[in-house]
Design a protein around this ligand. Sequence first.
Ligand SMILES: NC(=O)c1ccc[n+]([C@@H]2O[C@H](COP(=O)([O-])OP(=O)(O)OC[C@H]3O[C@@H](n4cnc5c(N)ncnc54)[C@H](O)[C@@H]3O)[C@@H](O)[C@H]2O)c1
Length: 466
Amino acid sequence: MSDRYGNFIQSPIGKKVAKNLGLPMPVALDRFESGQRLVRGSVLTGSAKGDDKRVREAVAHVLADLHAEVFVSDDAADTEALNEVGVDAKVITDEQQKFKVLVFDASNISNADELKQMYDFFHPVARRVEKSGRVIIIGRPPEDISDIDTALAQRSLEGFVKSVGKEFKRGITAQLIYVSEGDEKNLDSTLRFFTSARSAYVSGQVIRVSAGEALDVDWTQPLAGKTMLVTGASRGIGEAISRVLARDGAHVICLDVPQQQADLQRVAGEISGSTLTVDITADDAGQQIAEAAEKRGGLDAIIHNAGVTRDKTLANMDEKKWDMVININLASIAKLNRYLIEHKALNDDARVVCVSSISGIAGNLGQTNYATSKAGVIGLVHATAKQFQDTNRGMTINAVAPGFIETQMTEAIPFAIREAGRRMNSMSQGGLPIDVAETIAWLASPASGGLNGNIVRVCGQSLLGA
Ligand SMILES: NC(=O)c1ccc[n+]([C@@H]2O[C@H](COP(=O)([O-])OP(=O)(O)OC[C@H]3O[C@@H](n4cnc5c(N)ncnc54)[C@H](O)[C@@H]3O)[C@@H](O)[C@H]2O)c1
């Protein structure tokens, strides 16, 4: 879909006009391409002073594998952790040195005074982060902490990260990762995702990494040998999800309604996947999916992407529009999950990823039906995550909540509202279907066993519901 203003602003004259008029200036975001190095630039890493080395060491392990140039401010503890895993970390000497990624381990911060270490680390380099750069802070989940000083300090990190996301601009993202004590080894897949261009349109997010087994993967084909089903796969976001999962090695069963058969076959054909034409609200949808899954040895992931909007203010909404949206976007997901779990169509360590929406978080004019359904998806994810934890089969469930993504769905929005939706975020632009797809591929990875019950917004840090 076309963003004419965004394209105009990339030209020399466009830049000049926007600057003079104080208009939003979206930059072209870096996006991942197969074969590329994950980090295309230098990394600066640091940690708050303290005895607990576990996060620092986990970060060093990931950096060792990324083969990037790594710098430290001047802390001997950071250098030691990096040297131990064979990373030849340099101390910054050049005041002009620029960085693609800043990673700070804040897990040892235990009171308000110690927050100053965040200022000390980030202030000197705040103007030296490259376009599409990454800021990542790692802390401990405040809800697990009983000491008040420590809990308040760890909770403060959220305000810092969200402000950095709004301040740094130029496609730079900022995230906070809370990792539970003892689960630091599960940080791997999450750090790889957030340091890379795969997370182009994800910013201002708080991710919780906890217990669960992060399985070993070949990072060039992390989904190799897996069978994954995507609903609503014939176009838009579902098509992009199918393509990315296949790119990462999965066999994808592409599902859509019979009316979409031609497009569905085209997508499945191009990625060597298979097709399943069924309406997910049909009584036998669960059975049909289970049968298709069984032929391929069960499902390693299901991506509940199919969804519809039928916008009307509540006063003008007929019953049909309410029923249809709730049935497709919410009730069918609950029903399908129940069926697939009961009939053992989901393998051990299976990943369930749902597609919610920021409309379900913030609410939206004309969308009482849609926002109800998408908020319900969040409730479903949280409750199912607890169930999965108790059943101990390694299964996880998470959701993405897209903001404004350039698709047929958003193309149908009236111009002025569409333009506002597109610009009201830290990136000053809409996201692309691939941005949602990359986020889903990370959540669906066998290596993401430590992620369960997360709702990750793919919204360029939209102002709505933030
Ligand atoms: N586009 C956005 O900006 C945006 C923002 C937030 C959330 N989302 C969500 O992302 C998902 C994909 O959106 P999109 O923009 O690609 O929409 P889209 O309309 O382009 O695609 C939706 C697909 O779902 C299929 N589908 C609809 N009802 C179905 C049913 N009963 N059974 C099987 N398949 C069915 C459609 O045929 C279509 O192929 C939806 O859940 C949507 O709510 C989109």
